[in-house]
Design a protein around this ligand. Structure first.
Ligand code: B16
Ligand code: MG
Length: 223
């Protein structure tokens, strides 16, 4: 692991790190699965974290084992229906929905002179940041529509570091999803997981809760 002193920037995932919208993603997909008469599986919750809307739909459709050849138009309609469900749920978001400790961390990072970027797979990220009142903290944001490969590929974290003018090895990535941790590791950045160590087995550093995400705790976790 590189030294903490070599770190110049932080690359943040959004859903499940900055705010608990991963719950809303799950609810919106669950609603769609019910509409399609596809049985909901508890394992979907973790599997769908961090992966794109299209990849998420493929996981749900493939779970039936029927391998029906849905037309592109059908798939677009399904993904749109899920997003409509999700956008309705997002109306509940306010600055009170910021995960505990996250705004304090962003303030701390800014004051200490770290670069801050957003590496979210979500095309709804601008709406979410706006509703939370956090847009101004992020000096760079990756547009997920421009990526060839989603998480677990390293591209989103490589791009985010580049937008900040940094090498991935000079950055810490913060993620709640297994796919995201793999992407950070593959990019060569330091991976900080938020969630259970049993789930985020590949995270180099892991905190159960966002409250623990302080600069001091992160520094102390380096070895
Ligand atoms: P959207 P993150 C990801 O955001 C979510 O974890 C994942 O569940 C979702 O499918 C993906 O964004 C795409 O979201 O449908 O809003 O474009 O965790 O990378 O911030
Ligand atoms: Mg996430």
């Amino acid at each position: 692991m590189q030294k903490f002193q070599s770190i110049k920037g932080f690359l943040f995932d959004l859903d499940g790190v900055i705010t608990d919208t991963s719950i809303y993603h799950e609810m919106a997909w669950h609603q769609l699965a019910d509409q399609l008469n596809i049985p909901w599986q508890a394992a979907f919750a973790e599997q769908l974290k961090g992966i794109s809307r299209e990849a998420s739909l493929a996981v749900i459709l493939d779970s039936t084992g029927k391998h029906v050849d849905y037309s592109e138009a059908d798939k677009v309609a399904m993904a749109t229906a899920k997003n409509d469900n999700y956008l309705k749920l997002l109306q509940q978001l306010t600055p009170d929905s910021i995960a505990p400790g996250i705004e304090a961390l962003l303030v701390e990072l800014k004051q200490a002179g770290y670069a801050i970027g957003l590496a979210s797979a979500s095309k709804n990220a601008p709406i979410v940041l706006e509703r939370l009142g956090l847009s101004d903290y992020f000096e760079a944001r990756v547009d997920p529509a421009t990526l060839k490969n989603g998480k677990p590929a390293p591209e989103i974290f490589e791009r985010c570091a580049a937008l900040l003018g940094l090498q991935p090895t000079e950055c810490i990535g913060v993620e709640d999803a297994q796919s995201g941790i793999e992407a950070i590791n593959a990019a060569g950045a330091i991976s900080v997981g938020i969630g259970s160590k049993e789930v985020l087995t590949k995270a180099q550093i892991c905190f159960e809760q966002t409250q623990a995400l302080t600069l001091e705790n992160i520094r102390n976790a380096f070895h």
